[in-house]
Design a protein around this ligand. Structure first.
Ligand code: IMP
Ligand code: MG
Length: 183
């Protein structure tokens, strides 16, 4: 890996440190894939990626799951106050697929307050899936408003602003193959 200041992807921006390396992420995602494979011995599995943050994690994760599955996405928008998540959630893209009777695994990049995720889970639960679980790459475990357990967690993340591997700062840095702290 190039040194941080020399990484041309950073636009000259200094990052504090690399929190999760590309190699470490690959190893952890492989383990999560094994956990998920074991957790679903039968039934139809639909993996729902919450865009945009989950796109890299999801694509790596599904390739580590050794059972049949389908992939779709959700695009959610919180409305109300733009800076603080309002907890009101609206689906901008809603999967075409029938959810009833399927195992649904909702994949999220990072759980911070969990507000958006809680509302999304309410919405998905109403469609009568066979099961409904959350898989988050990172979980900050702070002031969580998540009313559902996070069944699969990649890492308990530090309370710092993280970028890379799908996570952005003002839409930048999603393409970093590692996760770095901006603070
Ligand atoms: P929550 O609804 O408060 O849990 O917010 C979760 C969303 O906030 C995530 O899906 C991310 O888009 C964003 N987010 C929270 N923490 C971070 C971070 O450290 N870096 C980048 N995005 C973050
Ligand atoms: Mg984001």
């Amino acid at each position: 890996m190039p040194t941080l200041t020399a990484d041309p992807r950073l636009q000259g921006r200094a990052v504090k440190r690399i929190v999760y390396t590309e190699e470490g992420l690959a190893e952890r995602v492989h383990e999560l894939g094994e956990e998920i494979t074991r957790f679903y011995p039968d039934g139809e599995l639909l993996v729902l990626g919450l865009l945009k943050g989950s796109f890299i994690f999801l694509s790596d994760l599904v390739r580590q799951v050794q059972r049949p599955l389908q992939v779709d996405f959700l695009v959610a928008s919180s409305y109300g106050d733009a800076t603080v998540s309002s907890g009101n959630v609206r689906l901008l893209y809603d999967p075409e697929t029938e959810l009833e009777g399927k195992h649904i695994l909702l994949v999220e990049d990072i759980v911070d307050t969990g507000r958006t995720l809680s509302r999304l889970m309410d919405l998905l639960q109403a469609r009568k899936p066979r099961s409904l679980e959350i898989c988050a790459l990172l979980h900050k475990h702070i002031a969580t408003e998540l009313r559902y357990p996070t069944r699969f967690i990649g890492y308990d993340a530090p309370n710092e602003f993280l970028v890379g591997y799908g996570l952005d700062h003002a839409e930048n840095f999603r393409h970093l193959p590692y996760i770095a702290s901006l603070q």
